[in-house]
Design a protein around this ligand. Sequence first.
Ligand code: PAF
Length: 286
Amino acid sequence: MNTVKTIRDLRAAVAQARAEGKQIGFVPTMGNLHAGHAALVTKAAQRADFVVASIFVNPLQFGPNEDLATYPRTLADDQDKLLDAGCHLLFTPDVEEMYPDGMAGQTRVSVPGVAEGLCGASRPGHFEGVATVVTKLLNMVQPDLAVFGQKDFQQLAVIRTLVRDLNMPIQIIGEPTVRAADGLALSSRNGYLTPEQRTVAPTLYRGLQQIATALHAGERDFAQLIAAAQQQQQDAGFRPDYLEIREANSLRPATAADRQLVILVAAFLGSTRLIDNLTLDLDATP
Ligand code: PAF
């Protein structure tokens, strides 16, 4: 696996793979990789011949009081994991390479609709930062397909929308969330949790499962289900951010008639913000 730091070297390596007739798969990341990221690379390797991954902690998607400065940088370990998962080329640009004229004057990509509410409301500017860097990375790599985790459900919807709206000839693949044995969704931010917080953290997913069970049983009082789950979060030591039930395809607020649903949650444990989601099909047996 080669590691390149410049757009020029990236383009040259991808062009060579293309000249060899290879299909290109791409997995953008911010590093500090775990088994969830490895699953994205494995999926890309199954669907494409040449897998490119990127590691770039994108300042444009962090708010002023967020964890940009402390976000874990673990390049050597990440390189080992990417190699094991079947990655062929790693792109690790620095901020200068990505934003040579600074960020203030950078053209932005803003996705209406699906980027609003949920994390879009709690993290102003976040999805504009994500959409902008993903657009730039997709234009740099020009892959045939790109793989993203379903754990960031709203992010995946934003990326699917921008790829469609900007007519990019790229297939976007969503890969299921990888969980620890106790149900906690794997996330680089889990590393911020104290041992005690780590034992509490799976409560978040259990709450989603309880709501899903109630919905499957015919309960449709969404407000009541949400209030009970948020009370449970608070009792466990969380500070709830949002908990919403939405229609899974459009991400609009769900109605009692909808059959494809997604329950999305964000909550703080201490200063660590965790997110998770659970999709359910009410027409399928649970
Ligand atoms: O999901 C992430 O790690 C980031 O938001 C992404 C897609 C790599 C863009 O910076």
